[in-house]
Write a protein that binds this ligand. Structure first.
Ligand code: PA5
Length: 428
């Protein structure tokens, strides 16, 4: 298991962020950090995530492991229904780790409004046994509610009422919402999303843990990583904690006109981690007419598309690279006698070696092209390291939101499209 401490490399910020900038912003960072730890600032009613990894009790973990373990041990397909904070965290973990860990199919649904998507999903699972995990804190979000209705209707034609009951598990509020009512009335097993944890900060609660356990991934390692990161932050304090440093850098850059941050990973399996990160920062900070636009790239794929813009487009960008220090499998480059492709100079090296050089070259080229960048190094693709990364970025998003003068834990703006849509749909 990869277990190294996270590192933040800031070498390629030279000339863009100075020690003086740090000294100037430090009082604000210390204030924000104290507010978070003492839980006495904006959005304080949504700070349950700060201590949750430490407080998740043995009974709760056992229950997740029992249900998740049962689902994992069956050959049946699993459909996880949810959107936004009730979807991206679990998907990011499963996409990053599962190809090596599981031999079963996990499908996601309820994160869009495409009928074609749902039809294809149902035709894919029509001859298989299926378990469903439906996740919605409010229990009223249209996308997952609609998908659940359609998938449940399909399952009702497949199973008896008794069997159906054991195949549906709900993760929702402890007392409010349509999903809670439905779970109670139908007698589905259910898990609670704590009141004091908002969607995008909920990956380490049952929202992320249950699907992940169902995929055979070790939830204790995931939580251990988060706990280690939490402890490290508390011990380091605002001046040394890398979450605080990262939050400070983002705000210094934003104040100097860098309005877009690109999270760039050199591993396609981190694609959904980047999606989770975009939601976390976009929804936490994009308020009151100010925002760092969080974008993401999969490198080296996107070096052949977005690379041009990053190198020579408008200089309003900064970049954060997400790089694994170690990779588990070595895929070696063979020697070929005719060397028609001229690649023998790489023979014997691993593809990861080439990827590492691509990263080093990219950070230098982008820096030389006027794009300040930093790198978050993590040990490798393990549940422990993902736990560290989730906690690192959640804390950074909270501090960064406070530095930006917004409440990082609400999302009043997402209601606007819903109001318009419900008007058009004639919702009573
Ligand atoms: O971060 C958030 O609060 C949102 O992204 C929600 O997670 C998302 O809208 C889904 O909400 P719910 O879990 O209530 O269905």
């Amino acid at each position: 298991m990869f277990k190294k401490r996270l590192k933040l490399n800031t070498k390629c910020l030279k000339g863009f962020v100075s020690e003086r900038d740090f000294r100037n912003i430090l009082p604000e960072v210390e204030k924000a950090h104290a507010a978070l730890i003492e839980k006495n600032s904006r959005g304080k009613e949504f700070l349950g995530w700060v201590d949750f990894p430490e407080e998740a009790g043995p009974e709760f973990l056992k229950k997740i492991e029992t249900t998740g373990g049962r689902i994992n041990s069956e050959k049946d397909a699993v459909i996880v229904i949810g959107i936004g904070g009730s979807y991206l965290g679990a998907r990011s973990i499963i996409e990053t780790l599962a190809p090596r860990i599981i031999g079963k199919d996990i499908f996601f649904a309820g994160y869009n409004l495409s009928g074609d998507f749902l039809n294809r999903l149902l035709s894919e699972v029509k001859d298989r046994d299926v378990n469903v995990i439906v996740i919605s804190k409010s229990g009223t979000t249209t996308e997952p509610a609609l998908a659940f209705r359609i998938i449940k209707d399909f399952l009702m034609r497949k199973y008896s009422a008794k069997e159906l009951k054991s195949r549906i598990i709900c993760v929702t509020d402890k007392e409010k919402g349509a999903l809670k009512r439905l779970a109670e009335e139908e007698g589905y097993e259910s898990f609670v999303i704590p009141d004091d944890i908002g969607g995008r900060f909920s990956v380490l609660t049952a929202v992320g843990l249950l699907p992940v356990a169902s995929a055979g991934i070790n939830i204790r390692e995931l939580l251990d990583g988060a706990k280690a990161q939490r402890k490290y932050g508390l011990k380091s304090g605002a001046v040394k904690d890398i979450s605080c440093r990262y939050a400070a850098i983002r705000n210094i850059l934003y104040r100097s006109g860098k309005k877009i941050e690109i999270l760039s990973s050199f591993d396609n399996s981190l694609h959904y981690f980047d999606e989770w990160w975009k939601q976390l920062f976009g929804e936490s900070e994009g308020k009151n007419g100010r925002s760092i636009f969080p974008a993401s790239c999969d490198f080296s794929t996107d070096l052949h598309s977005m690379g041009q813009l990053i190198q020579q487009g408008e200089r309003n960008l900064f970049e954060t690279f997400l790089v694994a220090e170690k990779n588990p499998e070595k895929c070696r480059i063979p020697t070929v006698s005719d060397d028609l492709d001229n690649l023998n100079y790489l023979a014997g090296k691993s593809v990861d070696h080439v990827n590492r050089k691509a990263y080093e070259a990219t950070r230098k080229a982008h820096f030389d092209g006027g794009v300040p960048n930093m790198t978050v190094f993590f040990g490798g693709k393990s549940a422990f390291c993902l736990g560290q990364l989730f906690y690192f970025f959640e804390k950074a998003a909270a501090i960064s939101g406070y530095l930006a003068g917004v409440n990082p834990f609400d999302q009043p703006g997402v209601e606007a499209y819903k109001r318009e849509m419900f008007k058009l749909l004639g919702k009573p």
